[in-house]
Design a protein around this ligand. Structure first.
Ligand code: 5GP
Ligand code: MN
Length: 335
């Protein structure tokens, strides 16, 4: 993988470009893809965003989101675009299998592949150019650096600023996680100078819950939460019947995991959701407990030190049993 700086001159040579991100894109994945999309369009690149799957409705207000393709529902058209593309940007994921069924098309594509990401242990061998900075708050912050580093800071307009702010906000837990560095605030100071309406973005993301979603959250806290005080750990297990009962849509379970860490003295929060195709784990921690290593070692996953995820084909009961058995080995680390 060549340094990202050696890609900068190619920005002056517009080409057919595809941007993609991890499946079920969150604010950072969608924000970075859209921020880069608006930037490349300004430079004259013929650019399309392909999301590997659908995404939460609360992202739909983002400028340009109406142009994003869903690979699962538009596979043939998207495959053709990937095949014809000269460049493919891969944002906010470290390994190609995080694009699910799109992985094969990406592997077979002849396009120049560029990685911009902040997850641990990236699969660098499949990319031609790229940058992996695990200390960065968000991929959105890295897109800001990419634009500025290539000498194009003055090109940042309100569309770009709005998209990039969204991912910085969501990946820092609204600027409270330790990854909220001075560079995050400096970038946002610049966005404010050009007229960013940050308050509207917070409302669009956080104040657009449905009644069903609130009922799902309420039920999860009341009936699906277990606090394992001996391990300073909280566990939430969401069966499929709850998702059906509360008509859960993509994104409705996002944010549930935060409640786990909000409990006094809890250092490790684990949420598992019974999805159709897999059991999906979300792990969060405070301080030194490394959930990236934990997810990688036991649940086929990864992410960051304090926020990671994983998945398994085991049944819900089996995977919860396994989790509790593993926890025994971590009792001293969690003290
Ligand atoms: P979440 O719990 O919000 O789904 O994910 C937390 C963090 O871990 C995110 O940065 C996400 O990209 C990453 N992550 C989630 N699931 C997986 C997974 O199955 N594999 C890997 N490598 N990373 C994951
Ligand atoms: Mn991210």
């Amino acid at each position: 993988m060549n340094f990202i700086e050696s890609f900068y001159p190619l920005l002056n040579d517009p080409k057919e470009t595809v941007i993609t991100m991890h499946q079920k894109p969150d604010g950072d994945a969608m924000g970075s893809a859209l921020g880069l999309y608006h930037f490349l369009k300004l430079l004259g690149h013929d650019t399309t965003i392909i999301s590997p799957t659908n995404w939460a409705n609360f992202l739909n207000w983002m400028p340009g989101c109406e142009h994003v393709l869903n690979y699962e529902s538009d596979k043939q058209y998207a495959d053709n675009l990937i095949h014809k593309a000269k460049r493919i940007f891969c944002l906010d994921f470290n390994v190609l299998h995080r694009t699910k069924t799109m992985e094969e098309a990406l592997l077979n594509a002849t396009a120049t592949k560029i990685l911009i990401d902040h997850h641990e242990q990236p699969q660098t061998e499949v990319f031609d150019y790229g940058i992996s900075q695990t200390e960065k708050s968000s991929t959105c912050e890295m897109i800001y650096d990419f634009i500025c580093g290539s000498g194009n800071k003055k090109k940042i307009d309100l569309n770009i600023a709005t998209c990039l702010y969204t991912g910085m906000m969501t990946d820092t837990g609204s600027f409270r996680f330790p990854n909220t560095t001075a560079s995050v605030h400096l970038a946002i100071a610049y966005f404010k100078e050009i007229g960013l309406d940050h308050s509207a973005i917070h409302q669009n993301i956080y104040d657009t819950n449905t009644e069903d979603k609130l009922h799902l959250i309420g039920n999860s806290i009341l009936n699906r939460l277990e606090v394992l005080y001996d391990y300073n750990t909280s566990l939430m297990v969401i069966p499929k019947s709850d998702l059906l009962k509360y008509y859960a849509k993509t994104g409705d379970t996002e944010g549930l995991v935060q409640y786990l860490l909000s409990i006094e003295n809890i250092k490790f929060g684990a949420l598992v959701i019974d999805r159709d195709e897999e059991r999906k784990w979300s792990f969060r921690s405070k301080g030194n407990f490394d959930v990236n290593q934990f997810a990688r070692k036991h649940f086929n996953g990864g992410g960051h030190k304090n926020a990671a995820g994983g998945n398994t084909k085991d049944s819900l009961e089996q995977t919860v049993k396994k989790f509790k058995a593993i926890l025994l080995d971590y009792q001293s680390a969690l003290k």
